[in-house]
Design a protein around this ligand. Structure first.
Ligand code: NAD
Length: 305
């Protein structure tokens, strides 16, 4: 297997001042990429701002002979993101890789959460990721090359008490990935999602010291580097942490087809175990394949096919 390298490539990593983003940025730079270190330098809940952390990562990359520039835009501010992408292109001529990683937390149970806190978290994670992907999209299409990663979370894929805003935003990464995967394929743009679990300031009160020692961000970055490499897969949700890697997939069960005279809530209830049975389940490639499956089932049940 040949070494994965990024020589001559330009990457943008959001939230790269600390934690996972910093580790990803250093990993890309070590393997030859020029990296935009985006970070607003906020606290865990998104308050304040500082350019210090991003500048420190730029200095680290430069000290090892690499190329990096800091940009302190708020990813949820579309104009700031456009300016960042323009600066990357003006300096280095292209953008090959986008790692959407910036994030904040505003945890509260749903009943106690203000809609302002709900919206803020969705703005940073979902709108922020869309802003960066959108600003880079025409560049990637034009150069017929692009690798985009969204950062999801087990909270979005499986749920986590007290994180309705974060869970919704993180689940949205999968929806955005699915569509950009389909739309980007013809221009060699591959789109994936990382679902990390790491010891960072985001999780510092949650993890016992022994677990934290195993869950260093650097254990996740090799998976990220594969997802943005030339031979990357596309539409993959890669779970990663402490050296474990696993893929999350969405399947639809085979299900059942009811004729009109039996299509009642009572029949759905009575046959729900069959509807939910995982035997013969499949991964659907796009939304229309579901419509096609149901229409074909109905036609077959009526003896039309
Ligand atoms: P972190 O708090 O250490 O780093 C997040 C970085 O994003 C910070 O440097 C912060 O300044 C920056 N940031 C926040 N809002 C920003 C904005 N609007 N614009 C630009 N930069 C902004 O967190 P982390 O643990 O390294 O998390 C990185 C990503 O991984 C996040 O998207 C997070 O939700 C996700 N994630 C982390 C874990 C985990 O276990 N740590 C688990 C699942 C998902």
């Amino acid at each position: 297997m040949s070494e994965i390298r990024f020589d001559g490539q330009v990457a943008i990593v959001t939230g790269a001042g600390t934690g996972l983003g910093r580790s990803h940025a250093l990993g890309l730079a070590k393997r030859g990429a020029k990296v935009v270190i985006n970070d607003l330098g906020v606290s865990r809940d998104g308050s304040g701002s500082s350019s210090e952390a991003a500048e420190a990562v730029v200095a680290e990359i430069e000290a090892m002979g690499g190329d990096a520039m800091a940009h302190g835009c708020d990813v949820s501010d579309e104009d700031g993101v456009i300016d960042m992408v323009q600066q990357a292109v003006a300096t280095w001529g292209r953008v090959d890789i986008v790692v959407n990683n910036a994030g904040i937390l505003r945890d509260k149970t749903f009943g106690k959460m203000s809609m302002a806190d709900f919206r803020k978290v969705v703005d940073v994670h979902l709108i922020g990721s869309a802003n960066v992907a959108h600003a880079c999209w025409p560049i990637m299409r034009e150069q017929k090359y692009g690798r985009i990663v969204f950062t999801s979370s087990a909270s979005g894929l499986y749920g986590n008490f007290g994180q309705s805003n974060y869970g919704a935003a993180k689940a949205a990464m999968m929806g955005l990935m699915n569509v950009l995967h389909l739309e980007g394929a013809r221009d060699n743009i591959r789109v994936n999602t990382l679902a990390p679990t790491a010891a960072t300031r985001m999780t510092e009160e949650l993890l016992p010291a022994e677990a934290a020692a195993l869950l260093a961000p650097e254990t996740i970055t090799p998976g990220l580097l594969y997802l943005v490499s030339e031979d990357a897969p596309s539409r993959v949700i890669l779970g990663a942490g402490a050296g474990s890697f696993a893929v999350t997939k969405v399947h639809e069960t085979l299900g059942i087809t009811l004729m009109d005279d039996e299509n009642t809530p009572e029949t759905v209830a009575a046959r729900f175990a069959e509807i939910a049975s995982t035997e013969g389940q499949e991964e659907l490639t796009d939304a229309f394949s579901q419509t096609k499956k149901y229409a074909q089932n109905a036609a077959r049940a009526r003896g039309l096919k």
